[in-house]
Design a protein around this ligand. Structure first.
Ligand code: NAP
Length: 299
């Protein structure tokens, strides 16, 4: 029996948040949304929405009274600030905290010393300390790349222009999960309170490579000729790290770090050969489902 009945979500209005919110509502949890500012008509009338100050433990504690589980899907830029959310969760007696992380390689020790990834490690360490003191339990969900983004963007395969820039030889492996399935996995965490206590759990609906996906696309549409070039993931990563060190925090620099690691394959542990899919209730994509995802991009 899950000990979690009431769940609060922070960051429900973003990209991932609405999928997690839907999963929580569908699973019949009593849901409370914590938001920086209420936007009219954004949520179902039945859902409780509380405006909070994410920099104030007092404001957050008041909003979290009576809440069993807290799911954070706040923006990447707000990840580091989750210490305030954690302190408030403890003060309010929240039993389980799921931090905003949802990474591809964020659980790999190989990225620990890269400044861009420092906030997620800081939060994990903070949670470990609190759990050790018996104040709170936590679960980190590693989910690979959001497939919605991977198929919607052009970085992995540019379906719109039939172009691809292969990272290394195009065989680097990466786990993917759709955002609705990240929501499903979160329900799996909340329903398996003991089995997911104070640990990292992994979900992955498929492990893809650029070459594998390209082959599927070519089999489905032999009439389409793809233009392909190559780039070294390590070079892209170094450009990003150098840029950051030089004080350039722009999106192109950040994206070089993200792609240089996420598409760096097994070096950064981006393909999960072992998952917690069964425990979390997430199904792997069948070959037919994967083909359909590609086919839908080729129309
Ligand atoms: N694995 C992947 O492929 C992948 C891809 C993208 C993102 N992610 C991760 O998924 C998580 C969610 O990302 P997202 O793209 O959904 O985020 P997002 O859309 O950028 O933002 C989510 C919500 O966070 C809240 N927020 C923004 N700034 C905040 C602040 N300073 N303090 C508190 N809340 C703030 C906002 O909600 P309110 O305005 O309602 O407060 C916002 O709508 C992040 O951890 C991100 O790194 C993973």
């Amino acid at each position: 029996m899950s000990e979690i009945k009431s769940v609060a979500i922070a960051g429900a209005s973003g990209s991932l948040g609405p999928h997690v919110l839907k999963a929580l509502i569908d699973a019949n949890f009593q849901v409370t949304i914590l938001t920086r500012s209420k936007k009219p008509a954004t949520y179902d009338a039945g859902v409780k929405v509380i405006e909070v100050d994410f920099t104030s433990v007092e404001s957050l504690t008041a909003a979290l009274k009576g809440i069993d589980g807290l799911v954070s899907t706040v923006a990447g830029t707000a990840v580091e600030n989750q210490t305030v959310l954690i302190d408030a969760a403890i003060a309010a007696g929240v039993k389980r905290f799921i931090p905003s992380e949802y990474g591809t390689c964020t659980t790999s020790p190989k990225v620990k010393d890269m400044p861009f990834y420092a906030p997620v490690f800081k939060i994990k360490q903070y949670l470990e300390e609190k759990a050790k003191a018996g104040e709170l339990t936590w679960t980190v969900l590693a989910c690979g790349a959001f497939s919605d983004f991977l198929f919607g963007g052009s970085m992995f395969l540019d379906f719109a222009n039939h172009k691809t820039t292969l990272f290394d030889e195009g065989d680097n492996r990466i786990s993917i999960t759709s955002m609705p399935n990240v929501g499903k996995a979160i329900i799996g965490i909340l329903r398996n309170f003991e089995a997911t206590k104070n640990k990292i759990v992994r979900t992955s609906q498929a492990i893809l490579t650029q070459n594998g996906l390209l082959k599927t696309a070519e089999e489905l549409r032999p009439d389409i000729k793809w233009e392909s070039s190559k780039v070294q993931a390590s070079v892209i990563l170094k450009e990003g790290l150098d840029g950051l060190e030089a004080g350039d925090f722009s999106m192109p620099v950040i994206m070089k770090i993200v792609t240089g690691t996420a598409f760096g394959g097994d070096i950064y542990g981006c393909a999960y050969d072992k998952t917690d899919n069964e425990l979390l209730g997430v199904n792997e994509l069948t070959e037919a489902e994967l083909k359909k995802l590609v086919a839908d991009k080729l129309v």
